[in-house]
Design a binder for this molecule. Structure first.
Ligand SMILES: *[C@@H]1O[C@H](CO)[C@@H](O)[C@H](O)[C@H]1NC(C)=O
Ligand SMILES: *[C@@H]1O[C@H](CO)[C@@H](O)[C@H](O)[C@H]1NC(C)=O
Ligand SMILES: *[C@@H]1O[C@H](CO)[C@@H](O)[C@H](O)[C@H]1NC(C)=O
Length: 471
């Protein structure tokens, strides 16, 4: 009996042990396979990165064909990836007025999470170009106001948590991802092997943002600490920092009092902090990318860090100023672009427009030549056919802390973009307002003069005919 039990026990033990051995073996093999896959993934450096913003999910999106053609290793969404909110037409008169001093209803309305999901699905499953890109390319992204839920919205927007989950569903974020548990959609990714690493840091400029014109916070304290941590613990050679809104250009400084555009410039204290964090962490190889404004632009600021700070703005994949406004507004727009001083904009021979602004549908690209010495980053804004329309070739050796000083020591003069738009003399800064008021005054003046002339003629004629009759 006892023996039988013992042997039974032994026979029980043996299969258990072999089960364990098998399990351990399988786990080991799996682990090795995963390491191998990861190694293979990180062994290849990123060489082609594409990015874009502002895509109307209900409109045709032919631009994806050009993105596909370029075959990027990575695509980065910079916000307004869909237009979730509902826009009312501009109306200054009538029962429902959406603009002007007598407006009585808001111009933008938020939609329910169910409707938001339907709109995401239109892009994710309904745009054939995007469907194809999703199959072959890694896609990451952040959001801006219209996919967050409401035009120009910040931390006060009530639908933000529902929006966050739906946005992460759209990007196929894992159910247990930290990004689903935190407040906001900020994220960081590192690609490539040692010595050829690219770190992509995507900021959330919505979830924690204080009201416009408050000069309050843009990122919120938690995100700021996370951002610093990501920079401190980075061994990447290139840092691509995605911000939905422009970092370098402060368009609002010159479009006053007609309209303003959201940007880091509107939060001057936060913008100073952004540069300070990058300086304090001695981060090299920083390149900002942004969207939002419905045109493409490359800007550069040389007094934020000790090396040039580029901001490559690509906007939008479908939404672009020159496609929205028909004649004669398009003329006014071109004129505006021409008279507005842009102290930060990069002007070079690669611009295909006089103003070095591109107002049609576009996407942005970085092509990195890791084998060149020094490493070369070719930044471009490309049109719907993939042709470069704005571009700048950037040497990675220039994006190093202390660059300006090292050039000065060698007696080399570097032309620096340092004049802030807000520091321009009034007659340049308010050129738009001056042009507008000037044109208005001249037009109204001419019209009045014409009217007076006609009136004088008519009176003369009447007087003459009266005199004639009297004769
Ligand atoms: C998106 O495109 C559709 C179809 O062209 C249009 O009806 C709609 O107004 C557009 N939405 C926005 C936000 O521009
Ligand atoms: C940007 O322009 C606005 C409006 O003129 C101004 O309040 C702000 O200080 C400017 N920001 C920077 C960084 O110059
Ligand atoms: C900062 O980075 C530069 C260039 O990458 C390097 O030469 C310098 O030693 C660094 N400074 C500190 C304080 O780490």
């Amino acid at each position: 009996m006892k023996q039988g039990m013992a042997s039974k026990e032994r026979s029980n033990v043996r299969p258990n042990l072999s089960c364990w051995l098998w399990l351990v073996g399988i786990l080991l093999v799996l682990h090795l396979l995963i390491m191998e896959a990861r190694g293979a993934h990180s062994a290849e450096p990123l060489t082609r990165i594409a990015f874009g913003s502002c895509a109307n999910q209900s409109a045709p999106q032919p631009i994806w064909d050009a993105v596909l053609e370029l075959d990027p290793n990575l695509f980065i969404f910079l916000g307004d990836n869909i237009y979730a909110d509902i826009k009312q037409p501009n109306k200054m008169v009538g029962r429902e007025r959406t603009v002007g001093p007598f407006k009585n209803i808001p111009r933008f309305w938020a939609v329910s999470p169910e409707e938001l999901k339907l709109k995401y699905d239109l892009l994710k499953h309904g745009q054939p170009g995007y469907v194809a890109l999703r199959k072959k390319t890694q896609i990451v992204g952040t959001w801006d106001d219209h996919d967050y839920g409401l035009n120009d919205a910040g931390k006060e927007y009530e639908g933000k948590d529902a929006s966050q989950q739906l946005m992460l569903d759209f990007l196929d974020e894992a159910p247990d991802s930290q990004r689903r548990k935190q407040q906001g959609v900020y994220a960081a990714y590192t690609y490539g092997p040692v010595g050829k690493k690219v770190k992509v840091i995507l900021l959330d400029t919505r979830y924690h943002r204080d009201p416009l014109r408050s000069d309050g916070t843009m990122l919120g304290e938690t995100q700021w600490r996370w951002f610093e941590h990501e920079l401190q613990n980075s061994d990447a050679q290139i840092h691509i920092i995605g911000s939905s809104i422009q970092v370098v250009s402060n368009f609002s400084a010159m479009s006053q009092p007609f309209f303003s555009m959201e940007s880091w410039g509107m939060f001057p204290s936060e913008r100073s902090r952004l540069y300070a964090v990058l300086r304090d962490t001695n981060t090299s190889g920083v390149l900002f990318i942004s969207g939002d404004v419905h045109f493409g632009e490359i800007s550069r600021f040389d007094c934020g860090l000790t090396y040039p700070v580029y901001d490559i703005t690509s906007s939008g994949l479908t939404e672009a100023v020159e496609e929205k406004y028909a004649f004669p507004f398009s003329i006014a727009l071109a004129l505006g672009g021409w008279v507005l001083p842009q102290t930060m904009r990069v002007h070079n021979s690669r611009c295909t427009t006089n103003t070095c602004v591109y107002g049609h549908a576009n996407f942005g690209t970085f092509e990195i030549d890791w084998d060149a010495n020094p490493v070369i980053i070719d930044a471009n804004v490309r049109d719907i056919h993939g042709n470069p329309v704005l571009g700048e070739t950037i040497k990675l050796s220039e994006l190093q802390p202390g660059y300006f000083k090292s050039q000065a020591v060698r007696g080399r003069h570097v032309k620096r973009h340092c004049t802030l738009e807000s520091e321009l003399p009034w007659y340049r800064k308010y050129i738009l307002a001056i042009t507008f008021i000037g044109t208005l005054t001249v037009s109204v003046g001419t019209l009045l003069m014409l009217l007076v002339l006609i009136a004088v003629r008519l009176t003369r004629r009447t007087v003459r005919s009266l005199t004639f009759k009297e004769d």
